[in-house]
Design a binder for this molecule. Structure first.
Ligand SMILES: Cc1ncc(COP(=O)(O)O)c(C=O)c1O
Ligand SMILES: N[C@@H](CCCC[NH3+])C(=O)O
Length: 437
């Protein structure tokens, strides 16, 4: 397993994260456990801030869908980033954490009237309008609330990039946004310009996730700048903001070959500036919305090994006390991760095993055919790069409670999300009178 951030092997021969021994973390906070390396989170935020915002040309919004809770909102605010939210729940979390609402961008392909009202009431900086229905709805609600709302339009530029089909959102056949090649996007901009309670500030696109080809982003910038030129010619409107979404890939395994954030920024910012110059357009402010590349490498999930089942000549199953409920990505997307035994970190690999969870579901697999030292019940298995889309995509299938989340830093760990208790699992259950004893 590649060690990211502060992850290291300590003098006891154990994995340590943020200076905290993994086996001690399990003793203190229980198992399984999501451990976030706070220094790595901050470093990732800083790299983005430095690359995009320092020059004043851009701004970075953390895509909170990747990892969201109130402590993370505080950290993101401290590091000077804005926030992308996609639901009333994410918005509420940000608000309760005291996140500056003017730095929030509210996305979503089907925001409800209640969510739009909530966003206006909170004073959210920008709402990213996804479709014509929403433009009308938002205009009407803003009118009722006597507000004028700054908006971006989400555009589907029709760019195909190489990533898993389920997490690819930029192609034409997409539920998201106004389609560019069909003319729907221009009609959308005209409609927004005509709505008295909406203020047109710019455009947004997001071409997909876990992307390694940086040219995909510069191509998106070019396509969007061409459209910005068309908007100016057709309507006279200026586009102040160009939000190019997230999607920068990370290294989960050695098969992944991400670039570096500074290079990403250089390519994207120069593509926008060049296109603006070519067309004598003012250069819009460039926003990016990284999620995965801020949080993924900072996260490690620790599990305790329970039963081990060997089917001679077929496979050895190692079962852990979590699984698809805390990390559904292998089951959903066939995602691959690296792992190690945190309590046997200096031991050589000596067997190939597959790691399964505890759900009543054959597809509940975390790792296929990984090499580990001899695995025994009670060992602590660490899976790296679980900081993105794990906690936020976790679930209660089989009424399994979500693990706690801790931030580890300088030898100390602090709980940022409590482990779900058995009582948490029945908190919303009600027994109607006719079923009561
Ligand atoms: C609109 C939007 N912005 C940002 C992101 C974050 O993407 P990533 O986590 O790949 O950086 C996503 C998710 O893919 C998204 O849909
Ligand atoms: N949930 C996906 C990414 C979602 C992208 C959101 N637009 C993943 O785990 O890779």
């Amino acid at each position: 397993m590649k060690l990211h951030g502060t992850a290291a092997i300590n003098e006891r021969g154990n994995l340590a994260i943020g200076g905290c021994d993994a086996t001690d973390l399990i003793k203190e906070f229980g198992s399984p456990l999501y451990v976030m390396d706070e220094a790595q989170l901050r470093e990732n935020c800083r790299k983005y801030h430095q690359a995009f915002s320092a020059s004043g040309a851009g701004e970075v919004l953390f895509a909170s869908k990747a990892f969201m809770n109130m402590a993370m909102c505080r950290l993101v605010e401290q590091e000077g980033l804005g926030l992308d939210v996609v639901s009333g729940g994410e918005l509420y979390t940000a608000r309760r954490a005291g996140f500056p609402m003017e730095k929030v961008y509210f996305h979503g392909n089907n925001k409800t009237p209640a969510e739009l009202r909530q966003a206006i009431e909170y004073g959210v900086g920008h709402i990213v309008v996804d479709n014509l229905y929403e433009a009308d709805l938002l205009n009407a609600i803003a009118g009722e609330m006597d507000a004028r709302v700054r908006v971006l339009l989400r555009i589907t530029p029709g760019i195909d990039c190489h990533t898993h089909e389920f997490v690819r959102t930029g192609q034409i056949d997409s539920k998201f946004g106004f389609t560019l090649p069909t003319g729907q996007a221009l009609a959308g901009v005209k409609a927004v310009l005509e709505r008295g309670n909406l203020i047109y500030d710019g455009l947004h696109c997001h071409i997909g996730s876990q992307i390694f080809e940086l040219e995909s982003f510069s191509y998106a910038a070019e396509v969007m700048m061409t459209f910005i030129d068309e908007i100016r010619r057709e309507t006279g409107a200026q586009t102040a903001i160009l939000n190019l979404g997230g999607g920068f890939g990370i290294r989960y395994t050695e098969a992944d070959t991400p670039g570096d954030v500074a290079e990403y920024a250089r390519i994207v910012l120069s593509a926008v500036a060049l296109e603006a110059e070519k067309r004598s357009l003012p250069t819009p402010k460039v926003l990016v919305e990284p999620g995965r590349s801020i949080v993924a490498t900072a996260g490690t999930t620790l599990y305790t090994v329970g039963s081990v089942k060997e089917i001679i000549g077929v496979r050895k199953y190692v079962a852990v006390d979590g699984g698809m409920t805390d990390n559904p990505r292998p089951a959903l997307y066939g995602s691959r991760y690296e792992s190690m035994l945190a309590n046997k970190a200096t031991q050589e690999a000596e067997e190939v095993v597959s790691v399964t969870g505890k759900c009543c579901e054959s597809g509940d697999m975390l790792l296929w055919d990984v090499s580990l030292p001899k695995v025994e019940s009670g060992d602590i298995l660490a899976v790296s790069c679980t900081g993105a889309y794990n906690y936020t995509m976790s679930m209660n299938y089989n009424r399994i409670g979500r693990p706690a989340v801790v931030f580890a830093r300088d030898g100390k760990a602090a709980v940022v999300v409590e482990r779900e208790s058995l009582d948490d699992l029945i908190r919303n259950d009600r027994i109607p009178p006719y079923l009561q004893r």
